[in-house]
Design a protein around this ligand. Structure first.
Ligand code: GLY
Length: 403
């Protein structure tokens, strides 16, 4: 009963917030006119780029990256964890400029993606389905799209173990139970499912996963491990390690910002202060880190061995900007200003020719210079669909402060 009331209150506050006038609610967070102009140009340029990319995509294919040496677009089928970002980006751009061809292309890709609602072999259904269909229902709340999201939440929930208190990230041998920090990003779908149906089981899974992750993934300085291997029978931690970072004890940049974004969402959805504190601690680790460059675009790992010559990860910068533009709404004024100004710096720098691709180049991607999987030597210093997605999302969030 208590939970039902809480969920109702959250749903109400979400509606109220969407009608909020940000300039009145946060008068101390003022977007610069110059940056707003840059953002409008970015949306126009991004639309041109995404139309170019759409023209290169075969049916059933989704963009992953672009190899500038061969001049080839790298693609995946709908089962890859990034398949939702392209339709999601098209839908966010459509909301900006109402260019019908973006919506047509997005709908084509949504149709190719929808079978993943029944995929129980991945924990990435939040990324795949909420970043795509979640944006679609904001434009037109169709019952069939909501059903797809609900089936996706059901599929995701099958990967939860009450013994471990987490959703399993990667399937492995029976004695392993692998959970990665990235998995915090899949919880938003579960909160949506509880709001939509009133069934609190999704909410409880999300909260339990976030609590277990807070306990076991984080170090004393609020940096995060990438992978925790739990004992599937007892829930005890067997290993703390990395897969995509430099070393087991290093702070892989994208992992840090997935956590920042994830705990900010946890606070939005539950209003439990402990999640706000967690998000602020993570922000403190990132923003005071001596290895965060002046332009605020992180090196691919905060402990990469060749800093300052290590590669940057534009995707980590874009995700961080988007997360900070939400976190600043919940923080005290002084911290809020710091978060907002940092996000603004990131947006300015990602909009410069250093990171933003010239029209007609980069396989149609908006941003250059991300790092996908350094240890595997894949997608290194390359464009990535999620760098673009969170860049667009961050720009939309920034614009709201002018209204
Ligand atoms: N595994 C998701 C990522 O590369 O961030």
């Amino acid at each position: 009963m208590k939970l039902k009331l809480l969920i109702g209150a959250i749903a109400l506050s979400a509606t109220t917030l969407s009608n909020y006038c940000f300039s009145q609610a946060y008068p101390y967070l003022k977007p610069e006119t110059r940056v707003l102009k840059i953002i409008e140009k970015n949306f126009t340029d991004a639309t041109g780029q995404y139309k170019l990319m759409a023209g290169e995509l075969a049916p059933g294919q989704f963009p992953k990256s672009y190899d500038s040496l061969s001049g080839k677009l790298e693609t995946s089928n709908s089962g890859w964890w990034c398949s939702g970002f392209f339709p999601g980006s098209l839908l966010m751009l459509y909301q900006e400029n109402h260019d019908q061809s973006l919506l047509t292309e997005a709908n084509r890709k949504l149709w190719e993606l929808e079978k993943e609602q029944y995929n129980t072999h991945t924990h990435d259904l939040g990324f795949m389905m909420y970043c795509s269909f979640g944006n679609a229902i904001k434009i037109a709340p169709k019952p069939e799209d909501k059903q797809i999201l609900l089936n996706s939440a059901k599929s995701l929930a099958t990967r939860f173990s009450p013994k471990v208190g987490c959703i399993k990230s990667w399937d492995s041998k029976p004695s392993d139970y692998l959970v990665i920090i990235d998995n915090m990003m899949n919880l938003e779908l579960l909160f949506w499912a509880t709001r939509e149906t009133g069934d609190s089981s999704y909410y409880k899974i999300a909260v339990t996963h976030a609590n277990t992750t807070m306990k076991n993934h984080y170090r004393a300085d609020y940096s995060s491990y990438h992978v925790i291997n739990y004992n599937p029978e007892t829930g005890e931690v067997q290993q703390r390690k990395t897969a995509q970072g430099y070393a087991n004890e290093s702070a892989w940049a994208r992992g840090q910002v997935w956590g920042l974004y994830g705990y900010t969402v946890m606070y939005r959805e539950t209003k439990d202060k402990k999640y706000l504190e967690q998000a602020e601690h993570i922000a403190h680790f990132i923003l005071t880190n001596p290895n965060l460059p002046a332009d605020k675009i992180p090196y691919w790992d905060f402990n990469a061995p060749n800093i300052p010559n290590a590669l940057r990860d534009a995707s980590a910068g874009a995700i961080m900007a988007s997360a900070l533009l939400e976190l600043c709404r919940y923080a005290d004024k002084k911290e809020a200003l710091n978060y907002f100004n940092t996000a603004q710096t990131i947006l300015k720098n990602l909009s410069s020719p250093v990171y933003k691709a010239a029209a007609g180049t980069n396989g149609g991607f908006i941003l250059k210079h991300s790092v996908g999987h350094m240890p595997q030597k894949t997608e290194v210093d390359a464009p990535l669909s999620y760098a673009d997605y969170y860049f667009i999302e961050a720009m939309k969030r920034y614009k709201k402060f002018a209204k």
